[in-house]
Design a protein around this ligand. Structure first.
Ligand code: ATP
Length: 237
């Protein structure tokens, strides 16, 4: 698959603290790439740097274009959408309004079309459209967050720890939905996770992150056996 996104020498600093240091990674067209690592390893900072939400150094290319100079909203227009973890939906707005936020720059017809598609994809929120979003369960809020991200038909979805705070059954449901999205839409996804077992159900490639650096990189094929999976867990997680 040709490359959709690549970063070379990506670094993020918060004041004097280095969160990400000299990271190289790439996402193929239609690929699902995961960043795995402990709390505070710098995974979210990588996603936010790609989305343009934190200042970053290094080179970033998306669909052949240098995007490092673009503002966050310009990157959204190019098709790069960041989905924070599920509790960052707007609780006081309804489910329908939250979805609309994700498609604010579409015309009315496209908004309806995309919304209907999201409700097909996430039937659990379809009959909750008029409910305030805070009333949804954790799993439903995560589905809504992803649905909101997909409203604008992105080319690269940056998904920040979708399993965070969810019960195991709901985590499984969210990941099943990601597999469907991968199969049906063919968009590219960069996923940040701590849950190794779920991540390998959807990811084509894994990057292991520690102290702001990439310490390992494997294709899904390279961890197809139980022994190879045990080896990477031992080495990196
Ligand atoms: P988590 O799963 O906890 O989000 P992470 O791997 O995504 O972990 P980051 O959130 O990217 O890690 O954080 C990397 C480092 O940068 C951590 O040491 C964190 O404390 C620090 N950090 C993150 N955001 C900020 C900020 N806005 N200001 C200062 N330091 C920050």
């Amino acid at each position: 698959m040709p490359e959709l996104f690549s970063a070379r020498g990506l670094s993020v600093r918060y004041g004097a603290a280095r969160a990400v240091e000299n990271v190289d990674l790439s996402v193929p067209e239609k690929g699902v790439v995961a960043l795995l690592g402990a709390n505070g390893a710098g995974k979210s900072s990588v996603l936010k740097a790609i989305a343009g939400l934190v200042p970053a150094e290094g080179e970033m290319r998306f669909a052949g274009e240098d995007i490092g100079v673009l503002a966050a909203r310009q990157r959204v227009r190019r098709g790069i959408v960041y989905v924070p973890e599920g509790r960052q939906i707007v609780g006081s707005l309804t489910v329908a309004e939250n979805l609309l936020l994700g498609g604010f720059f579409l015309d009315a017809r496209m908004q309806r079309q995309r919304r209907d598609l999201m409700l097909e994809l996430f039937p659990e929120i379809a009959n909750r459209l008029k409910s305030p979003a805070w009333m949804l369960s954790g799993g439903e809020q995560q589905m809504l967050a992803i649905g909101r991200g997909l409203m604008s038909a992105p080319r690269l979805l940056l998904l920040d720890e979708p399993s965070l705070g969810l019960a195991p059954l709901l985590i499984r449901r969210v990941f099943e939905r990601l597999v469907t999205i991968k199969q049906d839409t063919g968009l590219a996804i960069m996923l940040v996770e701590q849950n190794f077992r779920m991540t390998i159900k959807v990811a084509d490639e894994l990057y292991f992150v520690r102290n702001g650096a990439i310490v390992g990189h494997r294709s899904a094929a390279a961890i197809a056996t139980a022994a190879s999976r045990a080896e990477v867990v031992e080495a990196y997680l």
